[in-house]
Design a protein around this ligand. Structure first.
Ligand SMILES: *[C@@H]1O[C@H](CO)[C@@H](O)[C@H](O)[C@H]1NC(C)=O
Length: 309
């Protein structure tokens, strides 16, 4: 009997962002625009950095890596959402659902560690400029990047395994447009106390890179303010401003989504996740390249090479 109940949920239904068809269509169109912009914007950043040897330094290597993570991050959920809407089938298999959840948590974590590595890089560049080249050597840069990936992948594993071991009995409707851990836990008929505890620890682990970012920027601003020249302050703000914008956008939505009780989740929260899942990775390339002269020059070079060759 129980076995039958368990095996009855071999798939889930992704309810989407809204219960209204009109709103659902709106988000479909929105994603249809956002996704290609995200892909091409981030791909351009990677290509521009690769092709311009003046940008072969830690800051831009990390930025290229952030773009790469953003591409994977948005590809985990958005294509599935688009094809579901087109085919009219909102079904996702149990395995597909867990895979989506796994990559989603892994990439969100990796993203946050790379943002922390970028903050660390700026802190070293501004507070210890003479030692910058030795501290941020290629070796430590590779270490930071590999470490970010390993940490992201490792962080995601316990959540996915614990969710996989739950029983799902009747309700298959995930109140989101992708398999989000909070929405899945709410559907389970097992005791989820332990899962919620681990999920909350996971959210807590998220604050480790945030703490690194805050410490790095405290160092940056204390260094800048110790030698108060308008030029120095402006320079620090211009190199760190884009990074701080991305960090606030990113952590603002994570905190808005996960720092509250599980019972208060509803379909409306899916709109918050849209911000996080789709808009942040799309905006990253614009935030970095529109305010950065070297980046703009590299992009221009990339385009003119393509056009004139
Ligand atoms: C990521 O960073 C590493 C090491 O800094 C660099 O060699 C690599 O090219 C970067 N990845 C991308 C996609 O640019």
């Amino acid at each position: 009997m129980r076995e039958e109940n368990q095996s009855s949920v071999l798939e889930f239904i992704l309810l989407g962002v809204s219960s209204q068809q009109k709103e659902e269509d709106f988000f479909f169109i929105l994603f249809l625009f956002i996704y290609p912009i995200t892909l091409s914007g981030n791909l351009l950043i990677i290509l521009a950095i690769r092709s311009d040897s003046r940008l072969h330094n830690p800051m831009y290597f990390l930025l290229a890596n952030l773009s790469f993570v953003d591409i994977v991050f948005s590809s985990v959920t958005i294509p599935k959402m688009l094809t579901s809407h087109l085919s009219g089938s909102k079904i996702i298999s149990f395995g597909g659902c867990l895979t989506q959840m796994y990559f989603m948590i892994a990439m969100a974590n990796t993203d946050s560690y790379i943002l922390a590595a970028m903050a660390f890089d700026r802190a070293v560049a501004i507070s210890r400029p003479l030692h910058y080249m030795t501290i941020m050597s290629l070796r430590s840069c590779v270490l930071l990047v590999v470490g970010s990936w390993v940490a992201g992948i490792a962080n995601s594993l316990p959540h996915t395994l614990l969710t996989a071991s739950l029983s799902f009995c009747g309700n298959k409707e995930v109140a989101n447009f992708y398999c989000d851990i909070a929405s899945l836990l709410k559907l389970s008929c097992s005791d989820i106390h332990f899962n919620v505890k681990i999920m909350n620890i996971g959210v807590g682990v998220f604050s480790v890179p945030l703490l690194c970012i805050i410490i790095s920027y405290v160092r940056v601003f204390s260094t800048v303010l110790r030698v108060p020249s308008t030029k120095g302050v402006l320079k620090a703000f211009s190199t760190c401003g884009s990074h701080l914008t991305v960090v606030s956008l990113y952590y603002g939505t994570v905190i808005g989504m996960y720092c509250r009780p599980l019972t208060s989740y509803s379909l409306k929260d899916a709109v918050v996740t849209v911000m996080y899942m789709a808009v942040t990775p799309m905006l990253n390339p614009f935030i970095y390249s529109l305010r950065n002269r070297d980046m703009k020059a590299a992009l221009w070079k990339l385009f003119s090479k393509k056009i004139f060759s």
